[in-house]
Design a protein around this ligand. Sequence first.
Ligand SMILES: NC(=O)c1ccc[n+]([C@@H]2O[C@H](COP(=O)([O-])OP(=O)(O)OC[C@H]3O[C@@H](n4cnc5c(N)ncnc54)[C@H](O)[C@@H]3O)[C@@H](O)[C@H]2O)c1
Length: 311
Amino acid sequence: MKVLVTGGAGFIGSHLVDALVARGDAVTVLDDLSTGRRENLATAGGDVRLDVGSVADLDAVTRAVEGCEVVFHLAAVASVQRTVEAPIDTSAVNLGGSLHVLEAARAAGARRVVFAGSAAAYGDNPALPLRESETPRPLSPYAIEKLASEQYMRVWSQLYGLETVTLRFFNVFGPRQDPSSPYSGVISIFVDRLQAGRPATIYGDGGQTRDFVYVADVVRANLLAASVPEASGRTFNVARGEETSVRELYDTLRRLIGGGPEPILAEPRAGDIRHSRADIAAARQVLGFEPAHTVEEGLARLLASTAARRA
Ligand SMILES: NC(=O)c1ccc[n+]([C@@H]2O[C@H](COP(=O)([O-])OP(=O)(O)OC[C@H]3O[C@@H](n4cnc5c(N)ncnc54)[C@H](O)[C@@H]3O)[C@@H](O)[C@H]2O)c1
């Protein structure tokens, strides 16, 4: 099958590309390399074409989608902070880009679009575990852009019969996640510091929890979302359905590494939500999704992969 992966040179996208190539798909990647890297595609081998271009450019999307049956739309400015600083610019990518993907996919006769939504759509809704039917309470331009894109996905499936599926990823972690920004995934930052024998900073008391999910499980959810007929027009949480506190994470990593310094404790960050946990019953029932990696297994894999890269 011929597929398009927007954002395929990024952290999650490149793992998806690996899996698609491994099963024999012909993959086009559309990525502007703003946070993604060519090297992330180096191990995929097989049939991968990289188009360097932006989803904010309708012509670039139209060219990339030609002949594709399925589009996995992951390209986005994935930094919440960046969307707060430059909402007009990021909306052109995160919302405008989604509309471009839908319109180009429709014009090209693609069958299905699978969209990388976000748990950020729930914002500070306290109704844990979070079900897809809960009222969204976006707290940032990023969350608004993701939520509005999700609505476009749903409506395009109703208006035009283009199949669309939104996956609301919770806190994804794994190899190739960039630790360089303070707003990167907390796990990539902890691993980066602890493997260098340095302490990492915990904001607040470390009791805040998130629903962490290993990247291979997110890839699996994407593959299922592309193929299960009943999924069209719907939104699904992609998570483990479990809470892990930031302090627990830090201690598990120290144990797996075989030691390490105590964390630096800093003031809580403004706007941080306290707890997050998904209800994944819908993904289980409709997609047949089952997360295969515990957080600890995922951490062990991540450590093995970063240690191998350092060596
Ligand atoms: N990592 C998480 O925990 C998480 C959680 C929820 C949702 N998501 C979503 O999953 C998707 C992938 O995130 P990620 O963590 O792999 O981040 P990432 O930054 O590694 O990947 C995003 C990719 O999109 C590309 N990109 C950015 N702007 C683009 C543009 N205008 N045109 C084309 N390509 C562009 C980047 O170069 C990068 O390769 C994003 O949509 C993100 O919002 C991620």
